[in-house]
Design a protein around this ligand. Structure first.
Ligand code: NMX
Ligand code: MLT
Length: 439
């Protein structure tokens, strides 16, 4: 049976002629048009990136390699006794496009087992951070520090054929993904628990091993699997994926690229919204003297936020026009395992009252909750109450999809990304039908 890397190479060889044909035979076919509102409006909806790893349909949600999340949760193999599939299965799927069987999963598990040991200097760097540093800053730096390990860089310096770029990138990517849960768990321990190192058990799958390193009993293994799977990819235009792709397009290695994407994820309009949801809920909790607000009190809190010109964290989306399926999967888990949790009761209340308020306000194009409206409440329930850590968990998951994208970008020879900018004066001329004078 061919291994993961061999299977990946077969897929790459089969895919290359398709991209070559598109470029050579159909390179001038128009896909989308660039309007002034797209240029000024953050390129919303502009079709200008390519990825086969996942696709986001506004009215359906994300598909990983053409499978919806509910399909994957039912089809992917799961560890004995677990409710949620192996994260390793999603890694195999995103890389190869094939649903894995138990043998394929074992192979990914073995690959990770060989590569999970984090160099000692990474722990030293984490230890050296000043108190009060945000866990995302520490996470990004810890990843960046490992730049010196890159196979890609070593091979590139020796002279590497373009067609082979993907291979050392694959080695770097698998090595990094195997280490991220260990790095994340140590950052948690260092920042909040006095820095005691909890040893990993490389015989466990990613979710169970992470739960073990966090020192949290079942079903936190399933919570971790669910969290990493749900966050692993969201097509290419979101800020973290786009940043990873952009930086990697310069042939920066995986460590430089993933560290950069983590910095994009750390903004409150992107991944950090998950911590913002919990921060906001706790503010309300304190204001209410620890009592769950009534529906009308909660409505007032929501209106107060909107009227003060702030956004409601965890609601809205740049692409989705429905409740995020990633939210629904977490909601179903919460209804089953923690329906009486007080924080879940807040989340549940917001689920009911925020969308009609956003609709009434009439600004947000999508009034429905996204993935970040729910994830923090589940972490809180299982004892991870330090909410500024939550985006690190998002980052561990997201690295999976971005690594798969970068490997494929290199395999298919996608070039340096370098769009062209114009000036406001040029846009004004274009608006008047005049020649902008840039050609
Ligand atoms: N609360 C209040 N106002 C909102 C919200 C919200 N949750 N969502 C959108 N709006 C506003 C938005 O600020 C904009 O206002 P203005 O006209 O004054 O500029 C207007 O509605 C139109 O924005 P949209 O076109 O609907 O959204 P856009 O594509 O620009 O932004 C988000 C998408 C996700 C940045 C936005 O919905 C938001 O800020 N949500 C809250 C933060 C959040 O949950 N982010 C996490 C997204 C998921 N993730 O993991 O990254
Ligand atoms: C994501 O998971 O990256 C977010 O939902 C943001 C996005 O897709 O724009």
């Amino acid at each position: 049976m061919p291994g993961l890397k061999e299977t990946l190479y077969e897929k790459i060889q089969a895919w290359r002629p398709r991209v070559k044909n598109l470029l050579e035979e159909h390179g001038d076919v128009v896909v989308d048009t660039v309007t002034i509102s797209k240029l000024i409006g953050g390129m919303r909806d502009l079709k200008c990136l390519v990825t086969d790893i996942s696709y986001l349909d506004p009215n359906e949600g994300i598909r990983y390699r053409d499978y919806t999340l509910p399909e994957l949760f039912s089809k992917l193999p799961r560890p004995k006794g677990a409710e949620v599939p192996y994260v390793e299965g999603v890694i195999y799927l995103l890389l190869t496009g094939d649903l894995p069987d138990e043998n394929n999963i074992s192979e990914v598990l073995d690959e990770f087992k060989k590569r999970h040991i984090v160099p000692n200097y990474v722990y030293d760097v984490i230890d050296a951070f000043p108190a009060g540093s945000h866990p995302m800053t520490i996470f990004s730096t810890a990843i960046l520090t490992m730049h010196r390990e890159s196979f890609f860089n070593r091979k590139y310096l020796r002279g590497l054929n373009k067609l082979d770029y993907w291979e050392p990138t694959y080695e770097d990517a698998i090595g990094l993904l195997a280490k991220l849960p260990e790095i994340g768990a140590y950052i948690y321990s260092k920042v909040y628990k006095g820095g005691k190192k909890i040893f990993s058990d490389p015989n466990l799958d990613m979710g169970a091993n992470f739960a073990q390193m966090m020192g949290i009993a079942r079903p936190y293994d399933d919570v971790s699997r669910m969290h990493f799977i749900l966050h692993s990819d969201h097509e290419s235009g979101n800020v973290s994926a786009h940043t990873g792709h952009l930086v990697a397009s310069t042939l920066s290695d995986i460590y430089l690229s993933i560290s950069s994407m983590i910095n994009g994820l750390a903004g409150p309009l992107h991944g950090l919204a998950n911590q913002e949801v919990l921060r906001w809920l706790h503010e309300i909790h304190e204001k209410m003297g620890n009592k769950i607000p009534t529906e009308s009190e909660m409505k007032q809190f929501v209106w107060d936020i909107l009227n003060s010109g702030q956004v409601i964290p965890g609601f809205g989306h740049a692409v989705l026009r429905i409740t995020d399926p990633r939210y629904m999967i977490q909601r179903e888990f919460a209804l089953k395992h923690m329906a009486d949790d007080p924080i879940f009761k807040y989340v549940d209340l917001l689920y009911k009252i925020v969308p009609p308020i956003l609709q009434e306000q009439g600004r947000a194009k999508n009034p429905w909750p996204n993935v970040d409206a729910h994830s923090g409440a589940i972490q809180w329930h299982y004892g991870v109450k330090e909410y500024d850590f939550y985006t690190v968990l998002f980052g561990i998951g997201r690295a999976i999809g971005i690594c798969a994208n970068i490997i494929w970008d290199r395999a298919l020879g996608y070039p340096l990304e370098r769009p062209k900018s114009v000036t406001t004066i040029m846009l004004e001329k274009i608006a008047r039908g005049e020649n902008p004078g840039d050609e």
